[in-house]
Design a protein. Structure first.
Length: 473
RNA sequence: GCUCCCUUCGUCUAGAGGCCCAGGACAUAGCCCUCUCAAGGCUGUAACACGGGUUCGAAUCCCGUAGGGAGCGCCA
């Protein structure tokens, strides 16, 4: 039993390990969601680890934003920042001592070696290899340095990275949670850096080592890591640490088939939040992006976790389609209760509006609103001055005649009871159906379409309905 | 260049040799309902990238082709 969350966990764990180098992107949000659901589905722990080993690119404000976005989506982690436990710390920048032990272990085993090549030399080598039509791999310059040579250079203070010595002629196999059996030849992998010259741990290393240290047993991550997996398996194997089961999910593409990027419009969770999207809409949309289930309703995270199944993760890249997100947004908005609706639209509502009226107004316009901005015109129509009529509206009103409106206005004088107003107008004119309602709608709102009139009238300032109707009497 | 991944309606997908002249959801079109819009109901349009094999039979297996993507970094 976990003391802070009160949850009971099975032995496994999943994790989301973002790097605070930017905002939480939709693709990463989906990865986080899938890991969260996988954990919840199996009653496992969901770990959040901040991969901030690259001091030059990591920013504290990005970490803050990341945590905020995840919480907004409802993806609360069981261990991680703010939920530290014995397996932490959960910021990689604070785990240097742990890494040092592992570096030492690998050095003792002789499976790593210091590399003195400079960035310039390496760049030149890669360039030459590409030009020669070969794979740009580390040429092995420092691989066979003699012990004396190494000591001499190290002693002279020459900066060195630590490289992993990749064994030759080996197949590395693993079963991917979504792609099935994968097999790579070690000869295609060059010796890679696991510790930078400044002493910090490189991704392949810290990421793999931490998964093992934190008890992570299943990892869903972006497909861009698929061909990196053999490297991490090699490290874990050398260290004698257990490897998690990896599942690689496809990238999210824009409508043009290119990987989703800023030029496709909004791509960060923050942007959608600020535009008024509901977290449950984003979550439900992301859940269906590259994952299938028999469920077609808007579901809560617990329900989603119940039906989440990594075997139903798609292999093909999914296209982000804002129209589909809008559908979920509509569902999410329509099921908001009056209080939640008022909270959602609160920033737009006129100040000084009494809470009860505010709530009633929001409930009235909600069926016609997808994003908060859609409510804006109705705020003006209901609480602002009487709206002017367009050409068509003027025609409809004129055609109904002054007798129609004088009867309606008289009824409105007794209160903004729409049924009574409509009944009076009907009695005076004999009109019914659209003939009856359209003139009233235009006179009262200035538009030919919109939310139901009765609830709208109930929240209009006292006497306003009568004033608007009298204009045409 | 090398290695790897991917390719079913507009979109998300079901489909693991016959149950598929391919099913669902959303979108879209039409109709019904209706004071409008929304909601709801009904009906429709719409896809196995291409070419070869294997098989009595292939969306499903194999091989190619094309297209898209990723990795090969002292980024993660």
């Amino acid at each position: 039993m976990d003391r802070t969350t009160g949850r009971t966990f099975a032995h496994g764990a999943t994790r989301f390990a973002p790097s605070p180098t930017g905002e939480l992107h939709l693709g990463n949000a989906r990865t986080a969601l899938f890991n969260f659901l996988l954990a919840r589905h199996g009653a496992e722990r969901f770990v959040l680890r901040v991969e901030d080993t690259d001091a030059s690119r990591s920013r504290p404000e990005h970490t803050v934003g990341l945590l905020q976005d995840l919480r907004w989506l409802g993806l609360q982690w069981d261990a991680g920042p703010g939920c530290e436990d014995a397996l932490g710390p959960y910021y990689q920048s604070q785990r240097a001592a742990l890494y040092a032990q592992r570096f030492e272990q690998l050095q003792r085993q002789g499976v790593v070696y210091p590399c003195f090549c400079s960035a310039v030399e390496l760049e030149a080598a890669r360039h030459a290899q590409r030009a020669a039509g070969r794979a740009p791999r580390y040429p092995g310059t420092c691989r066979a340095l003699s012990a004396e040579e190494r000591h001499r250079r190290l002693g002279a203070g020459q900066p060195a990275t630590l490289r992993f010595r990749v064994p030759a002629g080996r197949y590395i196999e693993f079963t991917d949670l979504v792609h099935g059996l994968q097999r790579f030849l070690s000869d295609d992998i060059g010796d890679f850096v696991i510790r930078r010259a400044d002493g910090s741990a490189a991704f392949f290393f810290s990421n793999a080592v931490d998964d093992a240290a934190m008890g992570v047993t299943q990892v869903l991550r972006g497909e861009d890591h698929l061909t990196n997996t053999p490297r991490q398996l090699l490290i874990l194997e050398a260290l004698g640490l257990p490897a998690p089961r990896y599942g690689h999910i496809s990238l999210i593409l824009g409508s043009d088939g290119a990987p989703l990027s800023k030029r496709h419009g909004a791509t960060s969770v923050r942007e959608f939040r600020e535009r008024g999207y509901r977290p449950e809409a984003v979550v439900n949309y992301l859940f269906r992006l590259g994952h299938s289930s028999g469920e077609h309703d808007l579901l809560g995270l617990d329900a989603l976790a119940g039906v989440f199944d990594p075997r139903h993760l798609g292999r093909a890249p999914a296209h982000f389609d804002e129209q589909q997100l809008t559908v979920w947004q509509k569902h999410a908005v329509h099921r908001l209760d009056p209080q939640a609706a008022r909270d959602w639209l609160a920033p737009l509502l006129p100040s000084g509006l009494d809470p009860h009226t505010a709530m009633a107004f929001c409930a009235a316009v909600l069926p016609n609103v997808v994003l908060p901005e859609d409510a804006k015109p109705w705020i003006d129509i209901v609480f602002g001055p009487a709206p002017a009529l367009c050409g068509e509206g003027a025609d409809v009103v004129r055609e109904a005649g002054s007798g129609f409106f004088s009867a309606a206005a008289r009824a409105a004088a007794g209160g903004a009871d729409f049924a009574a107003i409509a009944a009076a107008a009907r009695a005076a004119s004999g009109r019914k159906g659209a003939q009856l309602f359209r003139p009233l709608r235009f006179a009262l709102t200035g538009l030919g379409h919109g939310p139901e009139l009765a609830p709208l009238l109930r929240v209009m300032p006292a006497g306003e309905a009568e004033r608007r109707l009298s204009r045409f009497a």
